[in-house]
Design a protein around this ligand. Structure first.
Ligand SMILES: [Mg+2]
Length: 269
């Protein structure tokens, strides 16, 4: 994970309050939006399958996608992400960027680490077995990544989850283990991440620093890879105030503020 040396989120200007500065940084360049879903566009709830994109936010995104590159960048699986967002003109970078597809007429498609799909399924099956007796533990096999959610696990049982994850990650040592908000994740090996996928798409679409400004918005540790990747080119916006240092340069309080901020770039008809 990125070595983070920049100020804590509390010191960052709010992107809504510092809008003139944000617009100044963008200048005359085309904005390319790279947006996380959970905790960024959609409020986090107890179960990941209950997370909903607010209808007003979907309308803002739909308007944005008419005139801008709009890419959802998420740890969710591809079909889940597409179904949950449901925008025709959007790009979708799922499984932390390991699978990326564009709108039907774009001919953009990428898959990184597909040869590890079988290993990920096997690891998910083993985790399901180990965690079957731990109430609230959710194993989600997503294709090119798997998640173990423990938000609903009682605090004194969470060590059972971490123990099972440790055991499986040791026997599947070819897979890469990461941790997010109340979730452990296994991914294909290597250093592919949301940031690499962001840069790949910008390059694929021939977008350059002089003519385009990536605007990346996310709340979780995995979003720091996006902020780092576009540092010096675009703008990173952190959602919430997690207790860590960040490479983002602005912040927004919650998904409601994110929707208000994005709406400023997507005027109503
Ligand atoms: Mg998130």
């Amino acid at each position: 994970m990125t070595d983070l040396q920049t100020p804590s989120p509390d010191c960052l200007p709010n992107a809504l309050e510092a809008l003139d500065r944000v617009r100044g940084e963008i200048g005359g360049r085309a904005i390319a939006f790279f947006l996380d879903l959970d905790g960024t566009l959609a409020p986090i709830v107890d179960r990941p399958d209950k997370v909903l994109l607010p209808p007003t936010t979907r309308r803002v995104l739909d308007r944005l996608s008419r005139d801008h590159l709009l890419c959802l960048v998420s740890g969710r699986g591809l079909e889940d992400l597409k179904d949950r967002v449901g925008l025709q003109r959007a790009y979708y970078a799922a499984d932390h960027g390991h699978r990326l597809v564009g709108p039907p007429d774009s001919a953009v498609a990428l898959e990184i680490g597909g040869e590890h799909r079988g290993r990920l399924h096997a690891a998910a099956a083993e985790l399901e077995g180990l965690l079957a007796t731990v109430p609230g533990a959710l194993v989600e096999s997503k294709g090119l990544s798997l998640s173990v959610h423990y938000r609903l696990v009682a605090p004194d049982s969470r060590r059972l989850v971490s123990r099972a994850v440790k055991r499986v990650s040791e026997s599947f040592s070819d897979l890469s283990l990461t941790q997010g908000k109340m979730v452990y994740e296994l991914r294909p090996p290597g250093d592919w991440n949301k940031g690499r996928a962001t840069l790949w798409l910008l390059q694929r679409l021939a977008m350059k620093p002089h003519d385009s400004c990536p605007l990346c918005v996310g709340d979780d540790l995995t979003d720091e890879d996006m902020f780092s990747a576009i540092d010096g080119w675009g703008i990173g916006v952190l959602v919430g105030t997690p207790g860590r240092r960040t490479r983002a340069r602005y912040r927004l309080r919650d998904p409601a503020e994110v929707a208000s901020f994005l709406a400023l770039f997507a005027p109503e008809d």
